[in-house]
Design a protein around this ligand. Structure first.
Ligand code: SF4
Ligand code: SF4
Length: 371
């Protein structure tokens, strides 16, 4: 039995993957750029990228028999992120904490992709597994492997090469009909699809950024070294999620109230006027994740944090990372009521938490003392 790409497309749509394209297995088009990026240290402490560097060159390092890469995209809700950007203030309906008296300055912001109450990897994995099972049954004896973020593959490059969109100056994949609020996933297989077997190399002519530089100009931490080159060590997404150590003082003040990720370079992108408002229920934005109660985060025990956030994106930085981020956001929002909750961290045995607490209290005190 065989499978046409059209059949696979239909099946993928049924599993929630809105866009799907495929390309023959080739060397990663952006591999040299990736190598230079690592060499310059822009990956920061994400050593798993540097350690597996060579594997990124060709997807056959993940699946030896692979002939085809199928790239899939699945949207997540942009509406909340874009609404907040235009109003730039939380409203009472954003605050779903346990406390009725929760103030704006006690709330932390979460990037749109993480405002679902489930980790997107888990949601996509389940759907990818089902699609893989369908394809394997349709073409007996075939080899298929699904990938969401976890294996060494330059997903954005292959998505662009396959024709799913173009890589914007903000380094994200963009589509004219949907902007950039979507996740990518890949299926590697030894199956060759008649309709999509030709290599479609990504060229800069597919670029629709034109003379726009809105994302480069708006980045609060000036994390773009040049168009399409991001110094992750300055990016709020990396700092709040991946980075485990101290955050440089010069960057802290620019982080505003972001405590998990950052949406600024997507919010300002004109193509995101086309961002979709509907998505799968499991990936939709949940009010409980719109504005995180930072005082509650400071008060939480490991057990309480686990019980509330184990299956959410907040689990990635763990309680310690969230407490560090919370103190920075509270300081940036000059939240005087937070001082009493930050003070106990000044003597914390963890030097990152104690140093951040000292800095946060000094910053809040300075702001509240000034006339
Ligand atoms: S996510 Fe935020 S900090 Fe990172 S590059 Fe985009 S605007 Fe800058
Ligand atoms: S903001 Fe402008 S330059 Fe940046 S990705 Fe969007 S279109 Fe491209």
């Amino acid at each position: 039995m065989t499978c046409s790409f059209q059949d696979l497309k239909q099946q993928a749509n049924q599993h929630g993957f809105r866009w799907i394209e495929s390309i023959d297995v080739i060397d990663a088009p952006g591999f040299e750029r990736f190598r230079t990026w690592i060499k310059r240290g822009y990956h920061g402490s994400m050593s798993y990228l540097a350690d597996r560097q060579a594997a990124y060159e060709n997807p056959r390092s993940i699946l030896e028999q692979a002939n085809t890469i199928v790239m899939l995209a699945i949207p997540y809700t942009a509406a909340e992120s874009l609404r907040k950007h235009s109003s730039s203030k939380e409203t009472d309906s954003d605050k779903e904490g346990n406390r009725d008296d929760l103030r704006d300055s006690e709330c932390g912001r979460v990037a749109a992709y993480a405002t679902g109450d489930k980790d997107y990897h888990d949601v996509i994995h389940i759907r990818l597994r089902a699609l893989k099972k369908w394809l394997s049954a349709r073409v007996p004896g075939s080899v298929v492997r699904g990938v969401v973020d976890t294996a060494p593959i330059l997903e954005r490059d292959f998505a662009a090469a396959a024709g799913l969109g173009w890589i914007g100056k903000n380094t994200l994949l963009l589509r004219k009909d949907a902007g950039s609020y979507f996740f990518l996933a890949a299926l590697l297989t030894d199956i060759t699809f008649e309709e999509s077997k030709h290599e479609k190399p990504y060229t800069i002519s597919s670029d629709h950024c034109g003379t726009c530089t809105a994302c480069l100009d708006a980045c609060p931490t000036q994390a773009f070294v040049e168009p399409r080159v991001l110094d992750a060590t300055r990016c709020i997404s990396y700092l709040t999620i991946e980075h485990r150590g101290n955050i440089e003082e010069s960057v802290r003040e620019k982080m505003g109230s972001w405590v998990l990720g950052c949406d600024v370079c997507q919010q300002v992108c004109p193509w995101n006027r086309m961002a979709l408002t509907e998505t799968l229920e499991e990936l939709s934005s949940k009010p409980s994740m719109h504005a995180i109660d930072l005082i509650e985060i400071l008060q939480m025990s490991e057990d309480a944090f686990r019980a509330k956030y184990r299956s959410t994106p907040l689990w990635r930085p763990k309680l310690k990372g969230m407490q560090r981020n919370a103190m920075i956001a509270l300081a940036n929002q000059k939240c005087a009521s937070a001082i009493a909750w930050i003070e106990p961290f000044q003597n914390n045995e963890d030097s990152i938490l104690s140093e951040t607490a000292n800095w946060a209290i000094a910053r809040i005190s300075q702001a509240t003392d000034s006339p």
